[in-house]
Write a protein that binds this ligand. Structure first.
Ligand SMILES: Cc1cc2nc3c(=O)[nH]c(=O)nc-3n(C[C@H](O)[C@H](O)[C@H](O)COP(=O)(O)O)c2cc1C
Length: 184
């Protein structure tokens, strides 16, 4: 039997009908039995302020502990104004502090972006990669998945189209191997 693997899921969109949530749900649904995925809720996190480094904020501690406890983090996010959404940047900042206590250091991180536009949220994705590089996270390099015209990849009931399911399969396989450490 394969060893159990824990993945934390961060969805960069806060909106109920998020298309990114739909792609994330599909990816999670394809995980093998030995993989547990837990979503990290980012909607309730107060805006990061360095003054808080000397205090205890329950929601900050919750996300730091959640991210510390997993083998890998999966981020699925839209793009807002050519970069990552503020809520996603907020959790990245929160988990990067206090100084020298960052949970991102050597953390495995994989990324998907999705947008109805032609660019697929790539600028958001590249900015996440830039922050993760600075934080010494271990990014899954490929395949890079920036889903363009992403509403066309969803059926009317919100399920992912067969074509995009096939497209996502390599990413899903690689994510499992990456989290398990068998990708080398
Ligand atoms: C404040 C704001 C800024 C946006 N900026 C971009 C952008 O820079 N690039 C892009 O491709 N889409 C942009 N969009 C459109 C989003 O891609 C679209 O709303 C998408 O559905 C958001 O993902 P979600 O459905 O998961 O929330 C923006 C949307 C909002 C609300």
């Amino acid at each position: 039997m394969s060893a159990s693997i824990k993945i934390a899921l961060i969805i960069g969109s806060l909106r109920k009908a998020s298309i990114n949530r739909k792609f994330a749900q599909y990816i999670v649904s394809q995980m093998p039995e030995n993989v547990t995925v837990e979503e990290v809720c980012i909607a309730d996190l107060p805006l990061y302020n360095q003054d808080y480094d000397d205090t205890t904020i329950d929601s900050y501690e919750r996300v730091r502990q959640q991210l510390t406890a997993v083998d890998a983090v999966l981020i699925v996010t839209p793009e807002h104004n050519r970069t990552m959404p503020a809520a996603l940047k907020n959790v990245i900042d929160i988990a990067s502090r206090p100084y020298k206590e960052s949970v991102w250091r050597h953390k495995k991180v994989a990324l998907v972006t999705a947008s109805p536009s032609n660019y697929g949220g790539i600028n958001s994705g590249l900015d996440v990669r830039k922050s993760m590089q600075m934080l010494s996270a271990h990014m899954m390099v490929s395949p890079e998945v920036y889903l363009s015209q992403a509403t066309d990849s969803l059926n009317e009931d919100g399920s992912v189209t067969e074509r995009t399911q096939k497209y996502l399969q390599t990413f899903i396989d690689e994510l499992v191997a990456f989290a398990a450490g068998t990708d080398a």
